[in-house]
Design a protein around this ligand. Structure first.
Ligand code: NAD
Ligand code: UD1
Length: 334
């Protein structure tokens, strides 16, 4: 298939390009490079042997999307482009709603104009809010969100499924990612956050290479086995492979399909710290501090539906996630 990857130079997008190329697909990328850089395309080529065709385009400017669709016969779109920093979204709600929602509406318009009717959308487990039950299945009701970022994802899920209802020949696939970490084993591509990281693994990576002195563990008084927060961490390459599996769905009945993409295993903050130390034979200094506002104690997926319907299952364990994260940190973040 000829697949357009929006946000394809970003963290998850770049890994997905590699896996799509490995599976024999042709890949076209657009990205405005607001949170990534063009040299990622060379790295994708180094790993996969093929450089995706690239357009520097902003989804807020429909005229920049037009040539992408005019010059390529696109079969499906995997839509990663978006802003994702939770804290920044609280400070700049207009910027987040405008970019994520208006940008996606523009994308839908240009797809409609060019008769492209297959889309995979990057959603998040955050749409479940404080989950009604754990492990979380796709039947779990959506919850109250705590940031404009999360709300933009919830709204986009609704927009895309409403759109599909009104246009029953469209295939819409909503993937709710749990916590992606890790990097490609080459150490060439991975997550490069701007400034001080907010998320756990990027923070640990900076401590590991000596850029930050110690990790702050946000609370050890949750109702979890060791008192620290529990999440479902998934290797980004497993997550990328889930997108490749979704491509088979486009020959099934047109509909809206929803899948949790996680491992089904919950690890605490201290599990991650200790696994990272063991896998890489280093010490991560940490201090327990107050809870982070808005955090919940524990959530992890039931990923069974993706396995049953897509034939996809996460394969990489926590040791592998920690080793690959550290390799990338040493190669690319020092
Ligand atoms: P990322 O920031 O690395 O990649 C997103 C890419 O989109 C960036 O390269 C950025 O330059 C581009 N972009 C942003 N606005 C754009 C615009 N207006 N036009 C064109 N390009 C634009 O993020 P990521 O971690 O790879 O996440 C990819 C998607 O998955 C995002 O939609 C994110 O919200 C979602 N997601 C990520 C996580 C996570 O933990 N990383 C979890 C759940 C969902
Ligand atoms: C966060 C976002 C979520 C987003 C996801 C992307 C919030 C409230 N939620 O989820 O919307 O989709 O990232 O992966 O920001 N922790 C520490 N010290 C740190 C950083 C984190 O102890 O320096 C702890 C947190 O309290 C939490 C766990 O590590 O228990 C994971 O945190 P994080 O990586 O930020 O992910 P989430 O909070 O699950």
């Amino acid at each position: 298939m000829n697949i357009l990857v929006t946000g394809g130079t970003g963290y998850i997008g770049s890994h997905t390009c590699v896996e799509l190329i490995k599976a024999g697909h042709d890949v076209v990328v657009f990205d405005n490079l607001s949170n990534s850089s063009e040299d990622v395309l060379d790295k994708i080529e180094m790993i996969s042997g093929k450089k995706p065709k690239f357009y520097k385009a902003d989804m807020l400017h429909p005229d920049e999307l037009e040539p992408v669709f005019l010059e390529n016969k696109i079969d499906a779109v995997i839509h990663f482009a978006g802003l994702k920093a939770v804290g920044e979204s609280v400070a700049k709600p207009w910027y987040y709603y405008n970019n994520n929602i208006v940008g996606t509406l523009n994308l839908i318009s240009v797809m409609e104009k060019h008769g492209v009717k297959n889309i995979v959308f990057s959603s998040t487990a955050t749409v479940y809010g404080i989950p009604a039950f754990v492990p979380i299945t796709e039947e779990c009701p959506l919850g109250t969100t705590f940031s404009p970022y999360a709300e933009s994802k919830k709204m986009l899920e609704r927009i895309l499924s409403d759109y599909q209802k009104a246009n029953p020949d469209w295939h819409v696939v909503l993937l709710r990612y749990f916590n992606p970490i890790g990097a490609h084993e080459s150490g060439l591509i991975g997550e490069k956050p701007n400034g001080i990281p907010n998320n756990l693994m990027p923070y640990i990576m900076q401590v590991a290479i000596g850029k930050l002195p110690q990790l702050r563990v946000f609370g050890d008084d949750y109702e979890t086995p060791d008192g620290t927060g529990v999440r479902d961490y998934i290797h980004v390459v497993d997550l990328a492979r889930a997108h490749v599996s979704v491509m088979t769905k486009f020959s099934d009945e047109a509909s809206t399909y929803i899948y949790n993409i996680g491992t089904g295993i919950g690890y605490s903050v201290l599990d991650i710290v200790h696994a990272f130390e063991k896998a890489n034979n280093i010490t991560i200094p940490y201090q327990v501090v107050e809870r982070r506002p808005g955090d919940i104690a524990s959530y992890y997926s039931d990923p069974g539906k993706a396995e049953r319907e897509l034939g996809w299952k996460a394969e990489y364990d926590l040791e592998r996630m920690c080793k690959d994260s550290y390799r990338f940190a040493k190669n690319s973040l020092s």
